[in-house]
Design a protein around this ligand. Structure first.
Ligand code: NDP
Length: 282
């Protein structure tokens, strides 16, 4: 059914993730696990929003007393346009994944993807400072993480994308970062080994990886796939077979960005580790 419909529970504070598709979202599980862990009383649901209905959905959720929303594909950029005020990191990202309906009626937009990625990289002991980073992809997710990555002082960041023009326009806002460059896949061979390959395309899920040469990962280099799956993604397997010291998927990032949203809404910081373990089934 592709009709906008949701109901709020008046007995508790209500939150939701809005997207399309959204049925497989792990966010309700994650936020209810955080709520149980911290003793917060909330309800968190997944709401399928038909294309063209996002503005109505956002407005109605707020009018009915909803406290906050996570926004996922394909509405993050529209959410950025619709909110009344944005945090600095949302402003820079051009995309909003966390909406808060403030007590005084204002609707605030934030972006927790960058914080989520950085926290998960740190937990996995993947360093950024002084390192050479290759980012594959130039979509909404890269918009959210590029600023926080650059803030950690990498030696260089190369953004490679199937549509090179999209990579160029994405880095426009970061032009004074001398360590930032873009290219298309046919030109990737001109650049040497990278300390971190960050896959921000969904291609590792479908099995069609972009064309990557075997020597892209430097000695002791690492690989991070922002996508995640029940078992290793194609990109994680590819990187392991090419000697990556660490190769992990984005499940930890998913939980970390949710923890940051939960903190914004509830003022309590949940521990993501037990929730990551639960999701990994260990
Ligand atoms: P977008 O749709 O905005 O961007 C997708 C990007 O991937 C584009 O740059 C696109 O290139 C590129 N791409 C798509 N298919 C291929 C392919 N077959 N070969 C090469 N490049 C390809 O998606 P997002 O940026 O929002 O998300 C990217 C990934 O990150 C997704 O897998 C998403 O699930 C994941 N993600 C994970 C999060 C987490 O918490 N773990 C948070 C956010 C995202 P082009 O521009 O040429 O179309």
């Amino acid at each position: 059914m592709n009709m906008l419909s949701f109901e709020l529970d008046p007995a508790v504070d209500n939150y939701a993730v809005m997207g399309n598709p959204v049925v497989h979202s792990k966010s309700p599980f994650i936020h209810h696990a955080f709520a149980e862990q911290t003793g917060e009383l909330i309800r968190y649901q997944a709401i399928l929003v038909p294309t063209g209905e996002f503005e109505r959905a956002l407005t109605e959720f707020g009018q009915q007393g909803g406290k906050g929303l996570n926004i996922t594909i394909p509405f993050k950029e529209t959410a950025w346009e619709l909110v009344e005020e944005r945090t600095a990191r949302a402003e820079q990202a051009g995309a909003v994944n966390t909406v808060t309906f403030l007590a005084d009626g204002r609707v605030q937009g934030d972006n927790t993807d960058g914080a989520g990625l950085i926290a998960d990289l740190q937990r996995n002991r993947i360093e950024i400072a002084g390192k050479r980073i290759l980012i594959m992809g130039a979509g909404g997710a890269v918009r959210g993480v590029l600023g926080p990555l650059l803030a950690l002082g990498p030696q260089g960041v190369l953004v490679v994308n199937r549509t090179p023009e999209r990579a160029e326009s994405l880095v426009e806002g970061f032009r004074n970062s001398s360590e930032l460059d873009t290219c298309g896949y046919p030109d990737l061979h001109r650049y040497g080994g990278f300390d971190l390959l960050l896959n921000a395309t969904p291609s590792g899920l479908t099995g069609e990886l972009p064309p990557l040469s075997d020597d892209l990962i430097a000695a002791n280099g690492c690989a991070y796939d922002m996508a995640y799956a029940e078992s290793d993604t194609v990109f994680v397997s590819w990187a392991r077979h090419r000697g990556a010291r660490i190769a992990v998927d984005g499940l930890g990032m998913l939980v970390e960005q949710a923890a940051e949203s939960f903190y914004i809404w509830r003022g309590v910081r949940p521990d993501p580790v037990p929730v990551i373990r639960m999701l990994r089934g260990s």
